[in-house]
Design a protein. Sequence first.
Lengths: 252, 386
Amino acid sequence: MSEVLKIENVRKYFGKFAAVDDISFGLKEGGIYLLVGPNGCGKTTLVNCISGIYNPEEGNVYYRDEDITGEAMYKISRRGLVRTFQIASPFLSLTTLENMLVAVPKNAGENIFFSLFKPSWMDSEVTAVKQASELLGVLGLKHVWNMPANTLSGGELKLLEIGRALMCGAETILLDEPVGSIDPKLCHQIFNHVLRLRDEMGLTFLVIEHRLEVAAQYADHVFAMDRGKLLTEGTAEEVFEDPRVITSYLGE
Amino acid sequence: MIDLLGLTVSQASGLSQLIIDIAMYFGAFVIVAMALNFQYGNAGVPNMGCAVQVIAGGFTVSAITTRVTFMIVKAAGLPLMPYASDYDWVYNNPHNVAVVTNPFIETHTMLGISLLLFSLALALVLGSAIGYIISLPAIRLRSTYLMITLITMADASQIFGRNIPAICGGTLGVFVPNVFAWYLGNRGIILAVVTLLIGIIAFFIFRTMLNSPYGRLMRAIRENDGTVESVGKNVVGIRRNILMFASGITALTGVMWAFYASYVVDNLFMRADWTYWPWLMLILGGPGNNAGTFLGCALIIALRRIILISKWSLEQYLFFPIAYVENILLGVLLIAVIIFRPRGLIPEKLLYIPGINYRKMVTGEAQVDLGDSAMPKAETEGGEPE
Ligand SMILES: Nc1ncnc2c1ncn2[C@@H]1O[C@H](COP(=O)(O)OP(=O)(O)O)[C@@H](O)[C@H]1O
Ligand SMILES: [Mg+2]
């Protein structure tokens, strides 16, 4: 299997403070990767560097062997590398279904002029609704399809984050704390969705999580970060028994 | 100044003129307010530079249509006084327009109509160009800073108009040809009718766009532009298209207003008139839906008329100049709306895309109520789709 996402010596500074300090790793296609680290260690900043929100000061990001460092977020997303947000960021006044539909790539009706000619976009809209409806079924969100996002619960919003990423044709998904502030039962439900999507659609996931235990059983490979640096990597057991990781969480 | 002009005319010829005037005002402002609703109400672009978009149309008429007309009139062999230098352009303008050009259009209907259509088409193009220019800071700036920048741009364009005589005669202004000179009845009627017609066409265009996936995308950008970007949409490009299109439409108002006033001078397009009042209309009526825009527009125009007519009876009680009454009252209204009805008189509804049965496609069950709309079961957001 080839490496679908590769980052090399990425550094991102805020002033003199290196939030991401010389990080390199690669993700193989179809893997579920877990990135752990205490709060404030730079996980979100790293995701921002990969997804195009930040242009890292040093280092490179490669997606499918193409250098995408510093590319605009929407271009990176069109390549199939999509991220979700730690703080769920739905379109609050749109319904669940509409939230999903906005993510459809190349919707003919989303052109300022073609929107005036309904026959030109009817077909692509209907296809999109079918796809969205199917995904809502998979994620168990069908019962709220017609509710504005501002009425959804925290867990439903997290699922919607994933649904939106899937809807836009993502092949590699960076999930920034997909189960942050969510009860354990729903956590496992969400991770089971992730497993299923990997198995059925061959997607690659990088899951960010600051708690060690929640996601461990689902990950093929774990990275541990502390203060902007990559401490260690390996299987869940290897990483969690590493004294440096334990110290990073518990202190000296 | 505009109002005084309107008032004197309406007093001169009674009630029917008042109605025509109000129709003209409504037509002109509803276009601006609808375009603002498109930009701010739906896409969340806080365009505080509506005036510059209107000015684009006004200056098109004064600087280009007038010259083109002169060229045609000259080619027809009529004795125009020179207008090449700034001085001649300004000082010979009343003669050239009133004595030579207008009588010529009186007998050449097709010329008048062509000049009108030419001005509208050109304003659409130049308005869009202005939209492109004002979209440049929109790339870097967010809400508050963008608002300030656009206010400044509108003021700057007024200053350009005042100081470059070639545009609209500097502080003196220039007369523009009466493209309706061929119409024998009341000129106000045909101006109001054409303006309202443009308003109606614009309404249907905006409505179709808003009730489509594009409208959904616009609302999504308003709610969370970062998220839209994260699913692969070029938000900057979309915003730019929105600004360009809305600017083009708004510029049409500038054209009609210039013909209505038969005269263009920089303060025909004051920031208060063409930026603040459309905003007030939008906020009062309720951003995000055209029905609210109509209501807000009608209310503000009616209110301004009432203030205009009745303010003199207040004069003896005031401790400040009477000219400020209108601005003070409307300012107070704006504050009151923001405090007591922040979502406006008609709150925004859920998106409605007609002709697709979303419910059936998602849940598999046929719709029992409300035809085939995607409305929720009469919750707070419910109601008739526009
Ligand atoms: N925009 C920013 N400006 C300055 N410092 C920032 C910014 N974003 C994050 N940081 C800092 O960078 C560090 C890493 O933050 P973050 O990546 O959000 O951590 P994590 O996601 O691992 O909790 C923190 O110390 C945070 O304060
Ligand atoms: Mg984080």
